[in-house]
Design a protein around this ligand. Structure first.
Ligand code: SAH
Length: 363
C-alpha cells in the first residue's frame, strides 16, 4: 500500500489513514474518507475497489457459536465461525475455497477444492464477522483493552476451510495485516495457524510470521497417519516433528499444539496414547483432543467419553499437557471438520467420493 501511494506521489502515512478508515472506523466508501483530498479519493475510486464477502446465511447455535456462509465476488461461498467464551471471542477463518488435502474424517475434504482465497477475502472474514457481531450487540470482555477499542473478535484461528500453508503468501499477508496497529492490532499470541503438516512451509512460517502453531497430528505412527492424513506420505511424522522443533527454536514460542481427532476404535486405544506420549516426550507440546464431529455419509464414530478420558489420562500421567476440546456449535454444523461452504469442485473429488465407498481405518 505504501508503494501504491508512493506511485501516486503521496506520503506513506496515507496507507495508515486508509487502513484506519476501513478497519477501525469501518468506512467502506472513499467519499466519506474526509481527511484524504478530493483528488485522491477520486483516484482511489477509479483505480481500486473496496469489497467484502457478503453474508448469505447466519446461524446461531444454542451455545452462542455463530456460523456465517459468506459469498465471494465470483459466487463461491465459504464459512467462518465465531466461538464466544467468557474472556475472549475466537473467529475460525477459512483460507481456501474447499481443500485439496484429503483427510478421511473431514467434511471440507468431501467437497473437493476450488481455489485459494485472496488476502482481502481472508481479512474480509474478520471485518464482516466483527461488524455482524457488533450489530448483534455482542461484547467480549477483555479487561486489558480500553472499552472503545474492544471488538467482539479477540482471537483468530486459521482453522476453517482449507490448508492455510498451501496458500502461504496470502495467508501470511492477511495475518500480518490483522496484527497491524492500524487494523485490528491482534497480538501474535492471539493468532493461531493450524496445518496438516506442510513441512517446508512450517519452516518458512517461522521466519515470515511466527504466530502460534497448531499441527493436526491425529496418529502417533506413519502407518495409521498415512490413512487419516494422506499428506503424511509426503511429509512423514519424523520430518514433521523436526519442523516443529525448528519452529519452536526460530519463533521462540513456548510450545506447539497438537490436534488429535478422537475416532472410536481407530486412533483412540490406550496403546496409541502411550505411543503418542513417547513420541512427544521431548517436544514442548500441548495435546488438544478433538471429539470427532460426524457428518452425513461418514463411517467414523466419535470416541466415547470414557475412551477420550482414558486417552487423556494416559497422556497426563506421562506429563504431556492435554485438554479435550469442547465441542461447540455442532447443532448448526459449525464444529471442527464440519465446514462445507458452497462452491464448484474443480477436482471432481466430491463426485468420486459419492461413487466410491469410504475406506475406514481400523486399528
Ligand atoms: N487444514 C488445516 C486447517 C483445518 S483446522 C489442518 O488440517 O490443520 C481444522 C481442525 O479440525 C484440524 O485439526 C482437523 O484435522 C480437524 N477436523 C477435521 N475434520 C474433523 C471432524 N470431522 N471432527 C473433528 N475434527 C475435525
Amino acid at each position: 500500500m505504501n508503494q501504491y501511494f508512493a506511485g501516486l506521489g503521496e506520503k506513506p502515512f496515507r496507507s495508515q489513514q486508509l487502513l484506519q478508515w476501513i478497519y477501525q472506523r469501518k468506512v467502506m466508501d472513499y467519499e466519506e474518507m474526509t481527511d484524504l483530498s478530493k483528488a485522491l479519493r477520486l483516484r482511489l475510486k477509479e483505480s481500486t475497489c473496496l469489497t467484502l464477502p457478503r453474508i448469505v446465511n447466519q446461524q446461531v447455535s444454542s451455545d452462542g457459536t455463530c456460523k456465517w456462509l459468506m459469498q465471494l465476488q465470483d459466487g463461491n461461498s465459504i464459512e467462518a465461525v465465531f466461538i464466544p467464551e467468557d474472556d475472549r471471542g475466537t473467529l475460525c477463518v477459512s483460507s481456501q475455497v474447499g481443500c485439496s488435502l484429503n483427510c478421511t474424517f473431514c467434511a471440507t475434504a468431501r467437497q473437493g477444492f476450488s481455489r485459494h482465497l485472496t488476502v482481502d477475502e481472508i481479512i474480509g472474514q474478520l471485518w464482516v464477522a466483527n461488524h455482524a457481531l457488533e450489530e448483534m450487540g455482542v461484547r467480549t470482555a477483555r479487561p486489558d483493552v480500553p472499552s472503545d477499542h474492544r471488538r467482539p473478535v479477540t482471537n483468530v484461528v486459521m482453522m476453517g476451510m482449507g490448508e492455510p500453508l498451501a496458500n502461504f503468501d496470502n495467508v501470511v499477508a492477511a495475518m500480518n495485516l490483522m496484527m497491524d496497529d492500524f487494523t485490528f492490532g491482534l497480538s501474535r499470541r492471539r493468532v493461531t495457524l493450524s496445518t496438516a503438516g506442510m513441512v517446508p512451509a512450517i519452516d518458512r512460517l517461522a521466519e515470515a510470521c511466527p504466530v502460534s502453531l497448531a499441527v493436526s497430528l491425529h496418529a502417533p505412527n506413519d502407518a495409521l497417519r498415512d490413512q487419516l492424513v494422506p499428506l503424511n506420505k509426503k511429509y512423514p511424522i519424523e520430518s514433521l516433528l523436526g519442523a516443529c522443533q525448528r519452529f519452536i527454536g526460530e519463533s521462540q514460542r513456548q510450545r506447539i499444539t497438537f490436534e488429535y481427532v478422537m475416532l472410536q476404535e481407530v486412533n483412540d486405544t490406550p496403546s496409541l496414547a502411550r505411543e503418542l506420549a513417547a513420541l512427544l516426550a521431548d517436544m514442548p507440546a500441548k495435546v488438544n483432543l478433538i471429539p470427532f464431529n460426524p457428518f452425513e455419509g461418514i463411517q467414523y464414530q466419535r470416541s466415547s467419553k470414557s475412551r477420550i478420558d482414558r486417552f487423556r489420562d494416559i497422556l497426563l500421567s506421562k506429563n504431556i499437557f492435554t485438554v479435550t476440546r469442547k465441542t461447540r456449535g455442532d447443532d448448526i454444523d459449525a464444529a471442527c471438520g464440519q465446514l462445507a461452504g458452497d462452491f464448484t469442485d474443480r477436482t471432481r473429488r466430491s463426485e468420486r467420493m459419492r461413487r466410491d465407498s469410504v475406506k475406514v481405518a481400523v486399528v
